[in-house]
Design a protein around this ligand. Structure first.
Ligand SMILES: *[C@@H]1O[C@H](CO)[C@@H](O)[C@H](O)[C@H]1NC(C)=O
Length: 468
């Protein structure tokens, strides 16, 4: 048996976006202590009470002694073979007399609550009871996921949503896998289906799985508000908490964004990160989640203009994010060195400790470029205005000056001050007559035994010889 941290790491990596099982955690089983108000399954002297108004589907695995049972108006018992209820002739020893035990209300459990789902790459992992790390939007079933409701159990889930349907690949109930839309909608209108699924949206199956080797976006952002309404964020104490795409809360750690090209394989890349870095003991406290996301693009950090697909890697640790930053740095270096083989065109990170990968020509460069562009335009316009008002004389712009001159002539009927004439620019045919000024003079850099010196062709060569 692997130790828990190792197990967690392995599971973090096998979490392929391609085929993920999402299992609903709560159940409405008679035998589950958490379903009873006194925290224990009723014993033979108890009065068992189901709220009359609540609809419920209860799975009963074995047989139980009860003293009295008050049934709901609309509900069902799903009895396992050999399961049932009986009444004892006398009081059961060790069970206090005449206590009413109520079955808890399960109406409030929502499909879009990320805490109520458990993810695994295979059914075997689900049975092992271990979970993957995922951002909140990816913790609830994605469109290409297989949804599992535990066999030998029943449940009640509120599917209320702002959308009219919740598309998934398959749904499995009581061990039966539904992959055809019509068959599942038939189940939903059956007695059990009606009691198990309630709420405004209909779960629909038959959505295609993820066929793209580079991964698929979960596309749960349409339900972001719904998902985050049941999440409470903890307070953080790192310097600059980060906001992963698809997560309801900020985190301490590091976020990498990876731009991919043809040939990128998400599953292979996950394995690479695991074998290169995560197995190292210094990263044993690290939690890592990797998925394809749609990242909203913003011009100059403010104006939104569309979204683009990229790979997001969220790294968290038990410290203040330093270990995550170190790992992020190693991953970025690896991506930049082996990017062409991996199908990675760009990788960068932000860390909550304040650090980031310096990415020349990245967004920062773009912003600076745009800022300088805007500044340049403003200065240019200002100069033009000043020139037109005659505040500045502009010998370098003959056409403008001529324009000004001719307008002056028209308005005032005579030539005014022309400024000074620049012989070089007013008479273009003169330009080639100045030798060496606009041609590249191959002799302008000379090498002597004492050193290299530069010759400005405008000056006399004899004057600028530093050896003279
Ligand atoms: C009982 O229900 C709780 C909460 O719904 C769940 O976490 C737990 O796994 C259930 N127990 C069993 C044995 O299934």
């Amino acid at each position: 048996m692997l130790k828990t941290p190792v197990m967690l790491l392995v599971l973090c990596l096998v979490g392929a976006a391609e085929a993920l099982y999402k299992q609903w955690i709560p159940d409405t089983n008679y035998e589950n202590k958490t379903n009873w108000d006194k925290g224990d399954v009723p014993c033979g002297n108890d009065i068992v009470q189901f709220s009359a108004q609540r609809q419920v589907s209860v799975f009963v695995e074995t047989s139980h002694a009860v003293q009295e049972m008050r049934m709901p108006l609309d509900g069902e018992f799903i009895l396992n073979s050999g399961a049932g209820f009986y009444v004892l002739a006398g009081p059961e020893p060790g069970c206090s007399q005449g206590i009413t035990t109520k079955f808890k209300d399960s109406d409030t459990l929502q499909w879009f609550n990320p805490a109520l789902w458990q993810a695994a790459a295979s059914l075997g992992d689900l049975q092992g009871g271990n979970s993957l790390f995922a951002v909140h939007e990816e913790s609830v079933p994605c469109q290409y996921d297989d949804v599992v409701f535990k066999a030998l159990s029943s449940f009640r889930v509120d599917t209320s949503s702002s959308q009219s349907s919740i598309p998934v690949k398959t749904v499995s109930v009581q061990g039966k896998v539904f992959d055809s839309g019509s068959e599942f909608s038939q189940y939903l209108s059956s007695g059990s289906g009606r009691l198990q699924f309630h709420g405004s949206a209909a779960v629909t199956v038959g959505n295609p799985g993820c066929e793209d080797p580079s991964g698929c976006e979960c596309r749960n952002s349409v339900n972001h508000q719904q998902i985050c309404s049941s999440v409470t964020c903890e307070s953080l104490n790192c310097k600059t908490p980060l906001q992963p795409v698809g997560h309801c809360c900020q985190v301490c750690g590091a976020i990498l964004t990876i731009q991919y090209a043809a040939g990128f394989n998400l599953q292979t890349y996950r394995q690479r990160i695991y074998h290169l870095f995560l197995i190292q003991s210094k990263y044993k406290s690290v939690q890592l989640g990797m998925s394809k996301i749609l990242k909203p693009q913003r011009l100059m950090g403010m104006i939104p203009f569309g979204a683009s697909s990229m790979i997001q890697v969220v790294i968290m640790d038990e410290e203040q994010g330093e270990i995550s930053e170190a790992l992020a740095f190693e991953i970025v270096n690896d991506a930049r060195t082996h990017g062409s083989n991996l199908g990675i065109t760009e990788a960068e990170f932000q860390a909550s400790s304040g650090g980031s990968s310096d990415q020349p020509g990245g967004t920062a460069g773009l912003v600076v470029g745009i800022l300088f562009g805007v500044l340049f335009m403003i200065v240019l316009v200002l100069i033009l205005v000043l020139v037109r008002k005659g505040i500045i004389q502009m010998p370098l712009m003959p056409s403008l000056r001529r324009l000004k001159r001719s307008s002056n002539n028209e308005e005032l009927g005579g030539p005014l001050d022309h400024g000074f004439d620049n012989p070089m620019f007013d008479k273009p045919n003169m330009l080639p007559d100045i030798p060496g000024l606009y041609e590249t003079n191959t002799n302008s850099i000379s090498m002597t035994q004492t050193g290299v010196y530069f010759v400005n062709p405008v000056f006399d060569e004899r004057e600028t010889d530093f050896n003279a």
